[in-house]
Every structure is written in structure tokens, then in C-alpha cells.
Design a protein around this ligand. Structure first.
Ligand code: SAH
Ligand code: SF4
Ligand code: F3S
Length: 467
């Protein structure tokens, strides 16, 4: 059953179909659209919704910048994400000058910032439609307005309590899918803009999540990724509170789902119950992404991460003890205000003791409006560069050692697609989130195979099918 908002948006999709048809007739060709995603898995999932609505309305997808409709789903977690968007927009301007019918839209996390809106209005007035993260579900309505009102439309909300998830979605992969289990974040790590652009934490009801996954399974999906900025606090604010571990137990029961992943876990409230579910489950993948950010107690405190170095290490080692073949990956920030070489060496110490299987290492980016941006002890660029290299080298050395530990074993892999360099080979993914290349063809995509890991190449394996 569709809720009121979902019904309203479906009506707008019908109106859009008319508009698209008329334009098609005038041009004697299909209308094309390009959806480009910046940022995290949640944005990727949101983009699938954008594309779902566009395709339902009659657009054909293209990667070309010459598309009739281009939409950028933006990220603002670090400044380089913003700069990439401005760069791409600049390149669209001359194309739009040649094609007066072309329409350009911007949505996602960047547009939730007033400074960005001001800049767009001033210097990018060729952008036709701007909306935010809270009213993405109104996309059909906004598109309709864009095509019927001849002016720049800026519609950004600062919050919402509507959840409208039963609208068309065009999945990137037929066999795997992300599912939003919660929105927003309440943690306010002092460097991070996400709580400001994604709003307060809200969990979806478990029955709605289960209904969505059951439908996905019937539609051929066998791997799901449960998405939230901090999945460990899932369900705490529901009318009938449910823990994340309890939700996982329910998801496990759904027929046809063979693999369950989730993203992201905050170390501060990772429960023993969750470790037990991961240990005992035949479906939960042997991988956890557990952002560390820093190994220094002083910096962790200034970051408002609420755990200290030894607590993090204890937790990670407890997980390793319970599930020895698990891979643990992390996020690390280098160059947070006040960070010294000593602090960086604490981070390296955690890398060596936890033995991360991999890590994303980021240079601290100052985000206007966050508490860290106002801190006076910002670190100089040259110092950060040196420290970044130290951390990166430690991460890479550890990753090589850790990822290679499965050599010679026979593991189950999900075949995800043809290998880009060699189309007589396919790329598969282990439960531990490690890529394996092996002989195969298109017919194998979306299926599981037992593969012997015969060769290790630093960050991926070559394998041979054994059954
Ligand atoms: N909710 C997730 C992270 C989402 S953002 C969590 O807390 O684990 C993804 C990563 O971007 C973060 O883990 C952090 O390492 C990085 N990040 C966030 N803000 C940043 C900033 N201002 N500068 C550099 N990296 C940042
Ligand atoms: Fe940002 Fe922290 Fe929330 Fe993650 S938990 S999104 S790093 S504020
Ligand atoms: Fe970026 Fe927004 Fe995700 S800021 S990391 S796209 S929540």
C-alpha cells in the first residue's frame, strides 16, 4: 500500500510521462538523462531512486554530458567533493548554451548548505533545479515543476518526517541492493558536516524494511547492504524500540537473501549481541567497517568520538576473537586540528595492533559550521602531508599482509561482473569484501561459486572454480 505522499508522487510521474512523450514527438527521438553520484552508499542508493523515476517517466539513461537532463547528486563531506561538482558544472555550461532544451539539476548534501545555494544562485544560474536531501522523495513533482515553470527552482528543506520509500527504483545491480534502514545522524563528531546536511537520526520501522527486502528478494536480489550513518543505534527511537541485532535476525529469515552487509558501525555502541549474530549467522558477511578516525585519546576526545584508543582496540580484538576470519576495515582522518606527530604514531600503533584489512585515509577537510572548523590550532599543509604518508604506508603494508592471509583457501564468491581488462574473466567478491578474478562469462553474474584462491596480487586474488 502506498502512503499519501507516495500516491501524490506517482501522480506526478504520470504527468511527467505526458511531458516526456510530447518532447519525444517534437524531437523524433527519446529523451536522455545522466545521473551522477558523488559521495557515499546512501547517495548511491538515492541516485537509484532518481534514475527509477526518470526511467519510469520515459527517459533513457546515458553517461554523456550531452544528455537532455543532467543531475548531480552531491556530497560535501570533504571540500574536494564540492570542487569536483563545481568543475563538472562549469564544463556543462557551454553544452547547455548549444542545447537550449537541456536541463540541469543539483541535489544531495551540498545543496543543504546555504553558502552553496548562494554561490549557485550567483554564479551558476544555468542550473534549473536545486533540491536537498530531505525532499528527494518529491523528485517527480520537482521535475514536473521544472518543465512547466520557466524559472530556476530552488526547493531545499531543513528537515522532514516523511519516509516515502515505495517509489520506482532503478538498481545498478540486479542481484544486490542497498536498503536505507535509517536516515541522518545525531553523533556530531566535531569535524563532520553530515548531521547538518542529513538531519537528525530517524529509523525506519522493521516491518517496512523487511517488506522492502522481501520484495527485492522476489526480484532477484540475493545480497543486501543495510545503510545508515550509524547502524548500531538503529531502532532506539522507534515507538517500539528494536535493536540492530534484532533487525538482522529478522532479515536473516528472508528466503533468497544469501548475504547481508551493513554500513557503517560506530564503535561507541557496537553491542555484544551484534557480535554474536555475526558469529552465528550463515548470511552475515565476515566484514565490518569500523571507523577509527584517530588512535590518539586527545584527538578522539576533541573529535567527540566518545571512545578512547584502548576501548577501540579491545572492541576490535574482541570481534577478531569471536570471528577469526573476519576482515576489519576503517576510516582514518589525518590532520585534525592540534594533531601532532605523536598523535599520528598512536594511530599507526592501532593499525599495527588491530591489523586492519584495509582503510580509507582522509586528509582533514575544514567544514564551515562544524566545531572543528573554529578550532585555532589548524595543522599546516606540509605537516599534514608528511603525516598522511606515514599513515598511508602503515595502512598499505598491513593491508597487504592481512588480505593475503586467505591464499590457498577455497572460499565462496559472488560473481559481480565481467573483468574490465579481460572479458574472459569475471570479478567476484568474498564475504570479507575482497575481490577475486577467475575464468567466467556473463551468464555467471549474480551467482555464487566455490573458488580456490590461487594467487595474491596485493589487493585482489586470482582464483579457480572448484565446483
Ligand atoms: N557515519 C560514518 C561516516 C560517514 S563520513 C561513521 O561515522 O563512521 C565517511 C568518512 O569521512 C568518515 O568516517 C571520516 O573518516 C571522513 N570524514 C568525515 N568528515 C571529514 C572531514 N571533515 N575531513 C576529512 N574526512 C572526513
Ligand atoms: Fe559524521 Fe560522526 Fe555522524 Fe559519522 S557518526 S556521520 S562521522 S557525525
Ligand atoms: Fe557525502 Fe552526504 Fe554521504 S556528505 S558522505 S553524500 S551523507
Amino acid at each position: 500500500m502506498l502512503n499519501q505522499e507516495e500516491k501524490l508522487q506517482s501522480e506526478y510521474i504520470d504527468k511527467l510521462k505526458e511531458i516526456v512523450k510530447n518532447k519525444e514527438n517534437a524531437l523524433s527521438r527519446k529523451l536522455t538523462c545522466q545521473v551522477t553520484t558523488f559521495g557515499c552508499q546512501m547517495n548511491a542508493r538515492d541516485s537509484e531512486k532518481l534514475l527509477g523515476i526518470l526511467k519510469e517517466a520515459g527517459f533513457e539513461e546515458t553517461e554523456s554530458d550531452e544528455a537532455d537532463f543532467v543531475i548531480y547528486n552531491t556530497c560535501t563531506v570533504r571540500d574536494n567533493a564540492n570542487q569536483r561538482v563545481y568543475g563538472r558544472l562549469g564544463a556543462l555550461k557551454p553544452i547547455k548554451q548549444r542545447n537550449k532544451d537541456m536541463k540541469i539539476a543539483l541535489c544531495g548534501c551540498m545543496t543543504q548548505e546555504q553558502s552553496v545555494i548562494d554561490k549557485l544562485k550567483k554564479s551558476y544560474n544555468f542550473v534549473d533545479l536545486i533540491f536537498g536531501t530531505h525532499n528527494l522523495f518529491c523528485f517527480a513533482e520537482l521535475l514536473y515543476r521544472m518543465y512547466t515553470e520557466e524559472k530556476q527552482i530552488v526547493e531545499v528543506w531543513d528537515k522532514t518526517d516523511v519516509i516515502a520509500e515505495r517509489l520506482p527504483v532503478d538498481r545498478k545491480y540486479p542481484f544486490k541492493s542497498g536498503i536505507n534502514i535509517m536516515f541522518g545522524c545525531n553523533n556530531f563528531c566535531t569535524y563532520c558536516i553530515v548531521p547538518y546536511v542529513r538531519g537528525r537520526e530517524r529509523s525506519r520501522k522493521p516491518e517496512e524494511i523487511i517488506e522492502e527486502i522481501t520484495k527485492l528478494s522476489a526480484d532477484g536480489v540475493n545480497e543486501v547492504m543495510l545503510l545508515g550513518q550509524n547502524v548500531n543505534s538503529y531502532g532506539k527511537n522507534l515507538e517500539n524500540p528494536v535493536s540492530f541485532a534484532e533487525l538482522l535476525r529478522e532479515v536473516e529469515k528472508i528466503d533468497g537473501i544469501k548475504r547481508i552487509r551493513f554500513m557503517t558501525s560506530h564503535p561507541k555502541d557496537l553491542s555484544d549481541e551484534l557480535i554474536e549474530v555475526m558469529r552465528d549467522s550463515g548470511k552475515l558477511c565476515k566484514h565490518i567497517h569500523l571507523p577509527l578516525q584517530s588512535g590518539s585519546d586527545r584527538i578522539l576526545k576533541a573529535m567527540n568520538r566518545v571512545y578512547n584508543k584502548e576501548q577501540y582496540i579491545d572492541l576490535a580484538l574482541k570481534i577478531r576473537k569471536a570471528i577469526p576470519d573476519i576482515s576489519i576495515t576503517t576510516d582514518i582522518i589525518v590532520g585534525f586540528p592540534g594533531e601532532t606527530r605523536e598523535d599520528v604514531m598512536e594511530t599507526v600503533d592501532v593499525i599495527n595492533r588491530v591489523k586492519f584489512d584495509n582503510a580509507f585515509t582522509f586528509i582533514y577537510s575544514k567544514r564551515t559550521g562544524t566545531p572543528a572548523a573554529a578550532m585555532e590550532n589548524q595543522v599546516s599543509e606540509s605537516e599534514v602531508k608528511e603525516n598522511f604518508d606515514i599513515v598511508l604506508t602503515a595502512v598499505q603494508n598491513m593491508a597487504k599482509e592481512q588480505l593475503g592471509r586467505f591464499l590457498g583457501e577455497t572460499v565462496e564468491v559472488l560473481c559481480e561482473g565481467l573483468n574490465e581488462q579481460d572479458d574472459s574473466c569475471v570479478d567476484g567478491r568474498m564475504s570479507q569484501n575482497i575481490i577475486v578474478h577467475f575464468k567466467g562469462d556473463e551468464s555467471m553474474i549474480g551467482k555464487y561459486f566455490k573458488v580456490r584462491l590461487s594467487d595474491f596480487h596485493g589487493f585482489y586474488y586470482d582464483g579457480e572454480i572448484v565446483e
